[in-house]
Design a protein. Structure first.
Lengths: 584, 176
């Protein structure tokens, strides 16, 4: 009897072990999905194909837990993942097959790299025994993506998948975020192994957040306290570091006029009295001019991009520069800092706040007010309250502001409308300005808006693009149709590649080489995708059309035919100093 | 001063990883900087590789490049040094017909004078090795080429620094 009992027990143990065994013994492709779930991924964007089919097969099995959105092009998948990341602060995920699928991701990866967007891209690859043989749909995507990824890696064994994906998510999101690409050979997707997952929390050669030196914080505070004409320029680092409240506290306590780079837009509400607008090529007049008059320039989470600084040797030469920055490679890269506070923006600002004296600088503020009035009279008033027949892009933005009460997330494309959107959109909430800043990727807006709307379904998400940019990714209307995403799409149609045309007018004697557009009937196209769509050609119809769009529970396509040859001002011409900004 | 171009030796301590060479060389390529020489080897620390890269750039440029190199995930630490900061050398190898050793009497004298050594010899050829400054190896090359050289190859620069780089302490300080 004893013996029989023992045999029974052993049998049971074997059985139990088998159960455990079968639940963790999985294929590489299933492991990929399990890793995504472990990282809290609930949606990913992609396009299937031969070398990634095993992962898609696993996604089919897990479709109740993880939502795959089929885009119409892999570039759309990356921009959607970016939009998702930018509005949520989470890591966006894009997936594609080898060869053309992988190379189609490149523009989005480059965009995410230069705009510090956390994104993980997963690509299928030909089986490892075919690597280097010019196999069907083989391309060296790791080699191709190296200079535009924060990290990338090729996996050829299933057992590597958990560790590599854990590293990928850690690297993409930590420190200064960026895109990571993981290439997985097809045999590694099929191979079975014992799965277990451990989140990555550190890598010995990687220090994502430098330790803040208190002495630099103290020196910074002393400089700010002694300043007579201080000015802040903040960038996306404030949003990525979730330092909006800390920045507000610093600004309010020290009474410092504060401007933003295009990537920093919306971190502090547009209506905040100390928010003095955008710096840079098409930024506001006052902060550009006064950059060259301030005595202390406090840069926070920004990188002195050439579109911000204009001519470098004439940029804020009179000012002491304080640079709050997480990435050591950015310190002294373009502009030499007198004080560099290396570290996380939120922590640094927390440390500097108690050291600051309460201040208000009323005379200095008057200068900003005065220059704003100059800009209002020469530019803003004409943009927002035009008296001419043709509609301006500015009045469309004004109408959107009015009807969304500044609560919408504006996803702009690249060009004139982008500058107008960033200049005139009212932002009440952080993470409301989603645009391609560093790379200037036309076609970004429509797919990015899809990702943004999915990450924040409760928010009004409005894609704004031009007639040029919208046609670069217009196929993503198909994604909106299939996945039923209630994105509002506004196309500001001037029948030109407007920004290039503006440059041709100003700097190339109006030789409009290849900037005139013969456009399709956008409304017919939108209706072809079964979307609600309307075209506005007259000012008196604008308000009603915007109202109809905002009221729509579903996606809506609104084309507004605007003046053909309007220009965006102010403008810092290429090679000029920021204080040489032109109003006309 | 900072914009004047000169020769810098870059030392990069890294994890041993496929693809890192590509990442590091891309940093130079992107800035249109020619790599004069590059050597990758083991370092004094087990499992840690060391890149030795020679470039001619300004100090402003080299500082930015170091920043970009250190930004790579698998780079532990990068340094730049002037020639005065380092002890450096290269190595050259010459494959020469054995007959010449007997036919051209001066060759034996050249070997002696140049402090080079014969590392292999057989009936057909012998191999001469010379380590030292690049100019010394190059000078030997010029001298020998008049007799005819079957093969010549020269390594990239390797260098150790006069001052400590404290890389071991950095690694001990790192997590994991």
């Amino acid at each position: 009897m004893m013996v029989k009992h023992e045999i029974m027990k052993t049998k049971q143990t074997i059985l139990e072990k088998k159960v455990i065994h079968s639940s963790t013994y999985v294929s590489g492709s299933e492991a990929v999905v399990k890793c995504l779930l472990a990282e809290g991924v609930d949606v990913l964007y992609g396009y299937p194909g031969g070398a990634i089919m095993p992962v898609y097969d696993a996604l089919y099995k897990y479709q109740d837990k993880i939502h795959h959105v089929l885009t119409r092009h892999e570039q759309g998948a990356t921009h959607a993942a970016q939009g998702y990341a930018r509005i949520s602060g989470k890591t966006g995920v894009a997936i594609a097959t080898s060869g053309p699928g992988a190379t189609n991701l490149i523009t989005g990866i480059a965009d995410a790299q230069i705009d510090s967007t956390p994104m993980v891209c997963i690509t299928g690859q030909v089986p490892s025994h075919l690597l280097g043989s010019d196999a069907f749909q083989e391309t060296d995507i790791v080699g191709i993506s190296t200079p535009i990824t924060k990290w990338n890696h090729q996996v050829t064994k299933a057992s590597e998948i958990p560790e590599v994906l854990a590293k990928a998510f850690y690297i993409a999101k930590s420190g200064r975020p960026g895109p990571v690409l993981i290439d997985i050979t097809k045999d590694a997707q099929f191979e079975k192994f014992e799965f277990s997952y451990k989140k990555c929390e550190s890598i010995r050669s990687y220090n994502p957040v430098p330790k803040i030196e208190l002495s630099s914080v103290k020196t910074a505070a002393e400089l700010i306290n002694a300043a007579k004409r201080p000015m802040i320029v903040w960038g996306q680092g404030v949003i990525l570091g979730e330092a909006e409240q800390e920045l507000t506290a610093v600004i309010e306590k020290a009474g410092i006029p504060s401007a933003w780079t295009i990537m920093g837009a919306s971190a502090i509400p547009t209506s905040h009295p100390l928010n003095v607008g955008m710096v840079g090529m098409h930024g506001n007049y006052a902060p550009n001019v006064l950059t060259n008059e301030c005595d202390v320039l406090i840069a926070i989470g920004m990188r002195f991009d050439d579109r911000v600084t204009g001519r470098l040797d004439a940029y804020a030469r009179q000012a002491k520069i304080i640079h709050f920055e997480i990435d050591p490679a950015e310190i002294h890269k373009n502009v030499k800092a007198d004080v560099a506070v290396l570290g996380d923006a939120k922590e640094s600002l927390k440390l500097v706040l108690p050291l600051l004296k309460a201040n208000s600088h009323p005379e200095w503020h008057q200068k900003f007010k005065y220059l704003y009035e100059v800009e209002f009279e020469k530019v803003i008033d004409k943009d927002l309250h035009p008296t001419k027949e043709g509609m301006t892009m500015g009045e469309v933005l004004k109408e959107i502001n009015a009807q969304t009460k500044g609560n919408a997330a504006i996803v702009s494309d690249v060009g004139q409308h982008q500058m107008i959107a960033c200049r005139y959109a009212n932002f009440n909430k952080t993470k409301s300005n989603i645009t391609s800043g560093g790379l200037g990727t036309m076609g970004f807006s429509l797919p990015a808006a899809i990702g943004a709307k999915m990450a924040a379904p409760e928010r009004e998400v409005i894609s704004i693009s031009g007639d040029g940019g919208c046609q670069m990714t217009i196929q993503e209307l198909g994604t909106i149709l299939q996945s039923k995403i209630a994105v509002k799409v506004v196309v500001l149609n001037n029948e030109f590649l407007g920004m290039v045309r503006q440059w041709q007018q100003l700097f190339f004697d109006k030789r409009y080489a290849s900037t005139q557009m013969t456009n399709p009937d956008f409304i017919t196209i939108a209706k072809g995708y079964f979307l609600n769509a309307k075209r506005v050609t007259k000012r008196e119809d604008l308000a009603e059309a915007v109202a109809e769009m905002i009221a729509s529970k579903d996606a809506y396509f609104l084309e507004v035919c605007v003046e053909k040859e309007d220009n965006v001002f102010p403008m810092v011409p290429a090679g000029a100093s920021v204080s040489e900004i032109r109003l006309t | 001063m900072e914009k004047e171009k000169k020769q810098y030796t870059v030392s990069v301590y890294t994890e041993n990883n496929i693809g890192l060479l590509n990442r590091i060389s891309a940093i130079f390529q992107r800035r249109h900087i020619n790599i004069e020489s590059m050597n990758i080897s083991a370092s004094e620390i087990e499992g840690v590789s060391r890149f030795t890269i020679l470039v001619i750039v300004s100090e402003v440029q080299i500082k930015r490049i170091i920043g970009q190199i250190e930004k790579q995930i698998e780079v532990i630490k990068a340094y730049y040094h002037t020639d005065e900061d380092t002890i450096y050398q290269v190595s050259g190898m010459f494959k020469i017909k054995s007959d010449l050793l007997f036919e051209e009497g001066q060759i034996q004298q050249i070997i002696k004078d140049s402090n080079s050594r014969i590392v292999a010899v057989n009936k057909r050829f012998f191999v001469l090795e010379k380590s030292g400054r690049k100019q010394e190896v190059e000078q030997l090359h010029q001298t020998l080429r008049t007799f005819g050289i079957m093969q010549y190859v020269r390594s990239g620069r390797i260098a150790v620094t006069k001052d400590e780089m404290k890389i071991s302490e950095i690694i001990t300080g790192l997590k994991n």
